[in-house]
Design a protein around this ligand. Structure first.
Ligand SMILES: Nc1ncnc2c1ncn2[C@@H]1O[C@H](COP(=O)(O)OP(=O)(O)OP(=O)(O)O)[C@@H](O)[C@H]1O
Ligand SMILES: [Mg+2]
Length: 271
């Protein structure tokens, strides 16, 4: 029995599936995870989805800076019982909601079982209210990052074409295949210089995975290329002005690429 049928055995009551939870992660830092998370959220919202972005970079949250939002109530207050989850969710002008970690979360970068349980409980409470939940995670393969990725049904790795970013992306993918038994990982190549860069990089990385990432027969990890986002000076300009590119410069090359990415995310089958 699939999950839908299990939850709606008679098939008579309309059943709303829970949100897709998509972790946006990377090996190397500063490759564009937060930029992609915020702008993809705006693009998915524009397509009619109810979208929530959770700043899951518990140690070094910076989604608030990118969005120029300074919520008084954060995930930290929810964890410590000072506020309810409803009070911590902020609706942005771009039509999606955000849940900020808050700088007080630094103390939570030590991953106690209490933090894990709090996070799981909050996510479970939120899922019925959204179509897509994006987790903007930290970089690398620390316990905190791997935990936040483990909460997601889908993983999207952001990498740039630089060799250091690709080596780190490979390391992350290898750990996710081993520890989380992921069989499908989505890849977005950000800051590309030429058309086709991302597809070539995906093919190269897949070859390395096929050779060096151990798997059970028939369960080989598949990388799915979701798209390229060109290096675009307007991205930096929007970040400096603390504006959302998708909103203020929707015709810019990077915003157009993100709109295309949103279409692909929406059309992709959930695994
Ligand atoms: N497509 C792009 N073209 C030009 N610049 C970009 C592009 N994508 C990201 N950047 C630049 O890279 C900077 C870092 O991006 P961002 O903060 O999203 O990275 P991150 O992966 O979230 O970093 P961290 O690992 O610290 O969380 C942005 O402030 C922006 O200036
Ligand atoms: Mg970030």
């Amino acid at each position: 029995m699939n999950q839908d049928a299990a939850l709606n055995p008679g098939g008579t009551v309309p059943f709303k599936p829970l949100a897709r939870v998509l972790a946006i992660t990377s090996g190397k830092g500063g490759v564009g995870k937060t930029f992609v998370s915020a702008n993809l959220a705006a693009a998915l919202a524009k397509r009619g989805n109810r979208v929530l972005v959770i700043d899951a970079d518990l140690g070094l949250a910076n989604l608030d800076v990118v969005l120029n939002l300074y919520p008084k109530v954060t995930l930290h207050d929810v964890f410590t019982g000072k506020a309810s989850i409803d009070e911590a969710i902020v609706r942005t002008a771009a039509g999606f909601s955000v849940l900020m970690a808050g700088s007080g979360m630094v103390e939570y970068s030590r991953l106690t079982s209490e933090v894990r349980n709090d996070f799981l409980r909050i996510l479970a409470d939120l899922m019925p209210h959204f179509d897509v939940v994006l987790l903007d995670t930290g970089a690398g393969i620390s316990d905190v990052v791997l935990f936040s990725v483990s909460l997601a049904s889908e993983v999207m790795v952001v990498a740039t074409p630089e060799p250091t970013s690709l080596t780190d992306a490979y390391a992350t993918i290898k750990v996710l295949a081993g520890q989380q038994k992921r069989q499908l990982i989505r890849l977005v190549v950000n800051q590309t210089a030429r058309m086709g860069d991302g597809r070539a990089i995906t093919t190269q990385l897949q070859q390395v995975i096929d050779r060096f990432v151990p798997s059970e027969p028939g369960r080989q990890l598949k990388l799915v290329h979701m798209g390229d986002i060109p290096a675009d000076p307007l991205v930096r300009q929007a970040v400096m002005r603390r504006q959302l590119l998708m909103q203020t410069l929707p015709g810019s090359p990077a915003a157009l690429a993100i709109a295309q990415l949103a279409g692909k995310v929406q059309d992709s089958v959930m695994r």
